[in-house]
Write a protein that binds this ligand. Structure first.
Ligand code: PGA
Length: 264
């Protein structure tokens, strides 16, 4: 696992955006096949999306041949609700870039048959050629997508019941009323994320410090599902200094030394 530590959230987010753009451009240079990306929502990716939008407008990268799959969506929240992940993605990214509408995939949390919706999502990922790069955040409890503690590390896209803790954390988007936060979501599984060629996790702020330390230094465990990245051949965690704050001094020094040696 590679860990990149930047001084602040802007530095970490710009690093993530440039990494994503570089990967899109590298594939486009050698292949006509689309670049398939997994995308996330939440507070974390906003600055990364801002930088990607800037890069698209500056002609530094294009999403014309990119196919995207979002990680998750609430169950039962109308698509047009401002806090649906559909709304989020269009507001913060899709309305401002050149990705064709038909290339955008977001789980439908209002589908009449949620199980079929999840199975079809997995099939669509395979049909697209598999995910090249999964870009995600990390929950305060170490979840990846909505794979809450004790989710199977072999899990695939399915209906998840959200923990009370996650609903409390997300209630900031729902008038601080935990009762307004949906109790369930559709989410890609841990194995769906790990099946990507590369996984890039962004962690910002001191609230994520414990989860970051557990993911990197803790055991490989369903208790903290991001720790599953330890078994991925190409996993990267990018954090700002605050999110790296609970790492052991020696771990911190080690990752900084690797960054310096590799010129990241
Ligand atoms: P956040 O959520 O970016 O809003 O902190 C991340 C997550 O829960 O995965």
């Amino acid at each position: 696992m590679k860990v990149i530590i930047r001084n602040d959230s802007k530095g970490a987010s710009v690093w993530a955006a440039h990494y994503i753009a570089r990967k899109i451009n590298e594939k486009a240079a050698v292949s006509d096949k689309p670049f398939v990306i997994g995308l996330c929502t939440g507070s974390t990716p906003i600055e990364t999306y801002e930088e990607l939008i800037r890069m698209v407008k500056a002609g530094e990268v294009s999403f014309k041949n990119v196919i995207s799959f979002n990680m998750d969506e609430y169950v039962g929240l109308p698509v047009e609700h401002p806090e649906s992940y559909h709304s989020f993605m269009y507001k913060y990214l899709f309305n401002h870039i050149d990705e064709p509408e038909e290339n955008i995939h977001i789980l439908n949390g209002n589908a009449p048959d949620l199980k079929a919706e999840c199975e079809n999502y997995e099939k669509a990922i395979v049909e697209a050629g598999g995910i090249d790069l999964f870009f995600g955040g990390i929950g305060e409890d170490g979840h990846i997508a909505f794979n809450e503690p004790f989710s199977s590390l072999q899990s695939r896209t399915r209906v998840m019941t959200l923990t009370y803790d996650t609903r409390v954390v997300n209630s900031r988007f729902f008038d601080n009323d935990v009762n307004k936060v949906p109790k369930q979501a559709l989410s890609v599984g841990v194995a769906t994320v790990l099946s990507a060629q590369e996984v890039l996790i962004l962690a910002l702020g001191s609230k994520k410090a414990r989860a970051v330390a557990e993911s990197i230094e803790g055991p490989y465990s369903h208790y903290c599902t991001v720790s599953s990245l330890q078994a991925h051949p190409a996993g990267i965690i990018v954090c700002d200094d605050l999110a790296a704050g609970e790492l052991k001094v020696n771990s911190y020094r080690y990752f900084k030394a690797v960054e310096e040696a590799e010129g990241e």
